[in-house]
Design a protein around this ligand. Structure first.
Ligand code: F0G
Length: 488
């Protein structure tokens, strides 16, 4: 039987299987690919930190998919009919209606982005000494919960942190560990269980409906609330449809409603799920809604805009309906799979199976000669920028912290994340990433380590600066010239 996933790839007469864009590009943004010498200068200027590169110096910006997705023609059109008013904007009521129809959730609180929802949720539901079990944390989530005095317990399965795996639902929670955490802390000390869709930091990996159902049953037995982070729900929805038995023939809306039916409340970053900016908190529980309601005007803005512009609200409503379009939600995962499978076939170390957020290179294996204290993922991020003008995000020890003795807390995994903003890049651009990654892998022995020149005490990965240890950059540039001549 042909699966739904196969239906969206075209088998070429030549035998090649290729993902196909189910949209056409009618508004374009010019890109520049600087010559390698200028890329070298730019990365030195940025202190070998890709966050500090200027976007004008970047060819493909794969730092994140947050706020960088392509909007549809219908979303852009909707922005021009926005109803500007502080209170009671017609645009807001369209969004509320979309939340009801698409997520099947009655109550909605708008906020300016995902972490603002986390702020409000932690103010109300997290107190000192409370525990929050979750499949895996996200950086801002953990920071907010800990700032409110909570303790994060990660209860991922044994498969979750394996780089190479064929397990289809690496975002699942380990049920035995969940029961053990509840028994250890006592149900009354659990603030809520947080389930993150399309689990970001383990490689955009989904959970299964079966696992969600089991977690929800445990939560209900103990009277514990279940909170879902739906920022990456589009891709989780896609993977349930194509990978989980019994869901192939179910309409997306039905699957989505089933997912949300297991939650007590949920929140999302509109920068991801709806290809806009903004965010929101949803629930069917009036009490939960009332507990948070009055914090929205205090921290975000009045209840009918919550810090968002009305134009974004219009586009968000349309974006929510587009979540139910298989062509829309299949695009990113199909293109990601193309790159991941191709690199994997070539023996280049990547997280498998392909997830929904991007392609994650395993820096520890890629540059295995570098100790973690020389920041392999950061060095690989800088090297890929030099070799290709492609900007990825370090997710390794640079993104970690120091312990009380001043030593680096070594990260569980050293990853270079190449995010895929939705419907932004063409297949030839992805092939370019594939080609330059192969070149870099063949010359990986030339990549050296990094050391700090300016190290901020908190969230050092955002604005900290580093420099190369030795003169490996010149050697890498010279080899590029030798192999690729005058090519950019
Ligand atoms: N939850 C998840 C799963 C996220 O991936 C993000 C953001 C947030 C919450 C916070 O949302 O940025 O709107 O405040 N992820 C971005 C990223 C920043 O690059 O992965 P936000």
């Amino acid at each position: 039987m042909q699966t739904t996933e196969q239906l969206k790839t075209v088998k070429f007469y030549s035998g090649e299987v290729t993902p196909l864009e189910m949209h056409k590009v009618r508004v374009v943004q010019k890109l520049t690919l600087l010559p390698i010498e200028e890329r070298k200068q730019a990365i030195f200027g940025a202190g070998f930190n890709t966050f500090l590169l200027q976007n004008k110096d970047v060819y493909l910006d794969m730092l994140t998919d947050s706020g960088t997705n392509a909007m549809s023609d219908n979303q852009v059109a909707a922005m021009s009919v926005a109803d500007d008013s502080y209170a009671g904007s017609a645009s807001y009521y369209k969004l509320e209606k979309a939340i009801k129809e698409v997520f099947n959730q009655k109550y909605f609180l708008p906020v300016h982005q995902g972490r603002a929802a986390e702020h409000i949720i932690s103010k109300v539901f997290v107190q000192p000494g409370k525990v929050i079990p979750m499949n895996y944390h996200f950086t801002t989530t953990k920071a907010h919960f800990e700032m409110a005095g909570g303790v994060v317990e990660e209860i991922y399965t044994d498969e979750a942190l394996k780089i190479k795996s064929s397990f289809p639902f690496k975002g699942n929670m380990d049920i035995a560990k969940l029961n053990a955490v509840i028994a250890k802390w006592g149900a009354q000390n659990v603030a809520f269980i947080r389930f993150e869709a399309g689990t970001n930091l383990i490689g955009g990996q989904p959970f299964s409906m079966q696992n969600l159902r089991e977690v929800s049953a445990i939560a209900r037995t103990h009277g514990i609330k279940l909170l879902m982070d739906t920022s990456l729900i589009n891709e989780n929805l896609y993977f349930i449809k194509i990978r989980e038995q019994g869901y192939q023939d179910k309409p997306l809306k039905e699957i989505l409603h089933e997912m949300l039916s297991y939650t007590d409340f949920s929140y999302f970053s509109g920068r991801k799920v709806t290809c806009t900016r903004g965010g929101g908190i949803c629930t069917n529980n009036h009490d939960i809604y009332m507990q948070m309601r009055d914090l929205v005007p205090l921290f975000e803005g009045f209840l009918t805009y919550g810090g968002m512009s009305v134009r974004e609200i219009e586009a968000m409503a349309v974006g929510l309906y587009e979540t139910l379009d298989f062509d829309v939600i299949s695009h990113s995962p199909t293109f990601i799979k193309y790159l991941v499978d191709s690199l994997d076939r070539r023996g280049i170390p990547v997280i498998t199976p392909a997830g929904g957020l991007g392609c994650h290179l395993d820096a520890r294996a890629f540059v295995s000669h570098l100790p973690q204290t020389q920041y392999p993922a950061g060095a690989l991020a800088a090297a890929l920028y030099i070799a290709a003008g492609v900007r990825g995000m370090e997710r390794g020890t640079i993104s970690s912290v120091r312990d009380a003795d001043g030593n680096d807390v070594l990260a569980d995994v050293e990853l270079l994340r190449l995010a895929f903003p939705r419907r932004v890049f063409t297949l030839s651009q992805i092939k370019y990433v594939e080609d330059r990654t192969q070149w870099l892998y063949d010359n990986r022995h030339l990549i050296g380590g990094l050391e700090w020149t300016e190290e901020p005490p908190v969230l050092r990965f955002f604005v900290g600066k580093l420099k190369p240890i030795g003169n490996w950059v010149d050697k890498l540039v010279a080899k590029f010239r030798l192999d690729l001549g005058d090519s950019l």
